[in-house]
Design a protein. Sequence first.
Length: 141
Amino acid sequence: MAIEARIVNTPGMAGADDLWIPLVDEPIGSIVAQVQTDHPEIDRLISSPHKILAFRTFAYIRVGLLLGQLLVEHDLPAYDGTETWIEALLRDPKHAVAVVAEVRTVADEVAADPRYADDEPMGPDAEARDRFREFAKKQLG
């Protein structure tokens, strides 16, 4: 499964149509997605489209580099067809913790980047949710 980013009407690209850029293929995308699922605070840090794109781009790169470094630094048993080298590495709890820490670091760095300070979060804000709840109570209640 490939993950893609959509860039629409980018400044400096006069008359450009929508552009889809593939960002990553398996298994790194799945690893980052699983870390996000297991750590919902990450999604709160990267709630705008620009932050999500930056986060995924750098998380995929940095997790890939970390896994490559771990592969070079640690001996793995000979391949017997039962698991990939990434699965073998991540069986070690220290390596799994290192991957989570790397993903969390990327999320923190993207969230702190002043270029994204004015980005609107995806979805409704808390006030919009409250207004909808009040409206729904009146209509249904």
